[in-house]
Design a protein around this ligand. Structure first.
Ligand code: LCV
Length: 268
């Protein structure tokens, strides 16, 4: 079994293994665990190594005592000048696919605030356990960014349509109680019990038959992610997304964040 220290990426993630359970902690406090290319690469590598090591359950968490679980996609790395900001090859999309295809349950353990693409990351985990400090916001409309269809499927596979629309159209943070009511999280537990509760659940699942678990997870993954869509419909969707990511508003949204000011959107 590979020593987990080989998967450590100082300043990005820390990794530990407890028999059949792998634990990955996001550990870049200076950037509030922003999902940079480097951080996503480290995560994707860790999942590949865990699969090779026959790890049965993965817990994905932030390092202890971080008020921000993850600030979402690294805005400074979003492609500009008319390129699709969430393309198939985007490092975040690769990591989401790695989680959704990992041959065993992935549990998101959430203490602190979750933003943007990190919300998609949490929903790509199979279960979500959170404490009272957890909040969840999906924020493309703050940037003028047209979210991608695969990403929207991750939400429609978990949440009611009216809840998804409120989350996307307001970009407001849902607090822990609302997150439980809306089905974003499986269990809401006191912060002092979060780690023990999550690890007990992970141990329970790690004791089950791994081949049956992997087969059931893959079937559920296929049933939720592979929705047929007509070519003409897909092209129409891409055209509406292109108009948004080629717009001055998208450039304004990213520039405003980087200049630490409020954006002014003009609908063009
Ligand atoms: C790069 C960052 C980030 C960041 N990127 O600390 O969902 S979509 O479609 O929109 C998708 C594209 C997506 O995920 O977009 C990103 C969505 N994320 C957000 O909107 C959250 C943006 N961040 C914040 O609102 C604040 O940083 C929070 C509330 C998370 C934490 O606030 P706090 O006051 O604790 P700072 O804002 O001072 O951030 C600390 C450092 O991390 C950088 C930020 O620029 C700052 O860097 P400097 O110290 O160099 O100034 N940072 C934070 N978030 N997403 N960089």
């Amino acid at each position: 079994m590979t020593d987990s220290s080989e998967m450590e990426k100082p300043g990005l993630i820390s990794v530990s293994v407890d028999e059949y359970i792998g634990v990955i902690a996001l550990r870049n406090p200076a950037k509030r665990n922003a999902l940079s290319r480097d951080l996503m690469g480290a995560l994707t590598d860790a999942f590949a190594r865990f699969a090779a090591q026959k790890i049965r359950v993965v817990v994905l968490r932030a390092a202890p005592d971080m008020k921000v679980w993850s600030a979402g996609h690294d805005i400074g790395e979003l492609p500009q000048a008319g390129r699709d900001p969430l393309s198939y090859a985007d490092p975040l999309e690769e990591t989401l696919r790695a989680i959704r295809s990992f041959p065993g349950p992935v549990v998101a353990m959430v203490h602190g605030s979750v933003w943007g693409g990190a919300f998609d990351l949490v929903l790509s985990c199979d279960l979500v356990i959170a404490d009272e400090t957890a909040t969840f916001a999906i924020t493309p409309v703050n940037l003028g960014l047209p979210y991608n269809t695969t990403g929207l499927l991750h939400f429609t596979g978990r949440l009611r349509a009216n809840v998804i629309k409120e989350l996307f159209f307001t970009a407001a943070s849902a607090n822990a109680d609302t997150a439980l009511e809306w089905g974003i999280i499986n269990h809401l537990v006191p912060a002092a019990e979060l780690e023990a509760h999550t690890m007990a659940l992970a141990r329970k699942m790690a004791a089950k038959a791994p081949l049956a678990m992997a087969a059931i997870k893959e079937q559920l993954h296929i049933l939720s992610d592979y929705q047929p869509i007509a070519a003409q419909v897909f092209e129409r969707v891409q055209e509406t997304r292109r108009r948004a990511y080629e717009s001055a508003d998208y450039r304004e949204g990213v520039a405003a964040f980087l200049e630490k000011r409020a954006p002014v959107f003009k609908g063009e």
